[in-house]
Design a protein around this ligand. Structure first.
Ligand SMILES: NC(=O)c1ccc[n+]([C@@H]2O[C@H](COP(=O)([O-])OP(=O)(O)OC[C@H]3O[C@@H](n4cnc5c(N)ncnc54)[C@H](O)[C@@H]3O)[C@@H](O)[C@H]2O)c1
Length: 260
C-alpha cells in the first residue's frame, strides 16, 4: 500500500494536465503539496487539494528563473516544512520548426523551461534532502528523448538532456537516501493533446498498440510509486509509459489487421 503521509511534495506545472493529476494523486496518498506555475489556474488545483484536507499552496514562479525558484522554494518550505518529494513536470512544446528555421530565442526559451528549470529546482532542494537523508526526485521527460520528434529539435534535445541530468543527480545523491528517476510519457490525453486536430490525434492513437492515449492519472500513479518507500532501490532510470508505442508498431499494426 502506498502512503505519502507526512511528506511534502513540490510539483512544477500543476495548473492542468499531468502535473495537476500528480498533485491530486500525491495529496490523495497523504502528501502536502506546493505548486510552482506561471498560470493562475493553479490556484484552483490548490483549492481541490485543500478540500481533501491536505495543506497546499501555489507560488507563481517561472521555473527558468534561478532567483524566482530559490525564493519560491524558501517560501514553500517556510509554510509546509522541508520538501521531501520534487516532481519536475513543467514543460513547453510550442517551438515547432525545422532546425534551419528555429530561432535562437525559441531554442533558449525551451532550454530554459524544460532543462534549466529542473536544474534550478534540484539545486535548490536536493542538498536539504541529502542532509535529512531521504528524498525523491522525478523528472518528467518524454518518449521524444529516445527517438526525437519531427520538427521539434528543441523539445527532443531538452528531454534527452533531462535524462543526463537525472543520471548525474543519482550518481551524486544516491548515497544520501535520494532517488532520482525520469518518466518518459508517450501520448497522454491532457487538455492540450485532446484539443489536437482530429486527424493528427487519430494518427497518434494508431501508433499505440494499446489502442488509446494514456490518462494523466496513469502517469501520476507511476510518479506516486516512484515517490514512495516501495521504490527505494529504483534509481537513475528512465521509464517509458506509452502503451507500447515504442515497439515496432508497423508489425503490430499489420498483425492487428490480420486478426480483423
Ligand atoms: N501530454 C503528453 O502527451 C506528454 C507526453 C510526453 C511528455 N510530456 C511532458 O509532461 C509534462 C506535462 O505535460 P502536460 O501535457 O501536462 O503539459 P501542459 O502544457 O498541459 O501543462 C504544463 C504546465 O506547466 C506550466 N508551465 C509552463 N511553463 C512554465 C514555466 N516557465 N514555469 C512554471 N510552470 C510552467 C503550465 O502553466 C502548465 O501548468 C511536460 O514536461 C511535458 O513535456 C507530456
Amino acid at each position: 500500500m502506498i502512503s505519502l503521509e507526512g511528506k511534502v511534495a513540490l510539483i512544477t506545472g500543476a495548473s492542468r494536465g499531468i502535473g495537476r493529476a500528480t498533485a491530486n494523486c500525491l495529496a490523495h496518498l497523504g502528501a502536502d503539496i506546493a505548486i510552482l506555475d506561471i498560470d493562475e489556474q493553479a490556484a484552483a488545483a490548490v483549492d481541490e487539494i485543500r478540500a481533501m484536507g491536505r495543506k497546499a499552496l501555489f507560488i507563481h514562479t517561472d521555473v527558468a528563473s534561478h532567483q524566482s525558484v530559490r525564493a519560491a522554494v524558501a517560501a514553500a518550505e517556510a509554510e509546509l516544512g522541508p520538501i521531501d518529494i520534487l516532481v519536475n513536470n513543467a514543460g513547453i512544446v510550442k517551438n515547432i520548426a525545422p532546425i534551419a528555421k528555429m530561432t535562437p530565442e525559441a531554442w533558449q526559451k525551451e532550454l530554459g523551461v524544460n532543462l534549466t528549470g529542473p536544474f534550478n529546482l534540484i539545486q535548490a532542494i536536493a542538498p536539504g534532502m541529502a542532509e535529512r537523508g531521504w528524498g525523491r526526485i522525478v523528472n518528467i521527460s518524454s518518449a521524444a528523448a529516445k527517438g526525437g520528434l519531427f520538427n521539434q529539435a528543441g523539445y527532443a534535445a531538452t528531454k534527452s538532456g533531462l535524462l543526463g541530468l537525472t543520471q548525474n543527480v543519482t550518481l551524486e545523491y544516491a548515497g544520501k537516501g535520494i532517488t532520482c528517476n525520469a518518466i518518459l510519457p508517450g501520448v497522454i490525453g491532457t487538455e492540450n493533446v485532446m484539443a489536437m486536430p482530429g486527424e493528427i490525434f487519430d494518427q497518434a492513437v494508431r501508433m499505440v498498440p494499446t489502442g488509446r492515449v494514456g490518462e494523466p492519472k496513469e502517469v501520476a500513479q507511476l510518479i506516486a510509486f516512484l515517490c514512495s518507500d516501495l521504490a527505494g532501490y529504483i534509481n537513475g532510470v528512465d521509464i517509458l509509459i506509452d502503451g507500447g508505442a515504442a515497439l515496432n508498431t508497423v508489425v503490430l499494426g499489420s498483425r492487428k489487421a490480420l486478426r480483423n
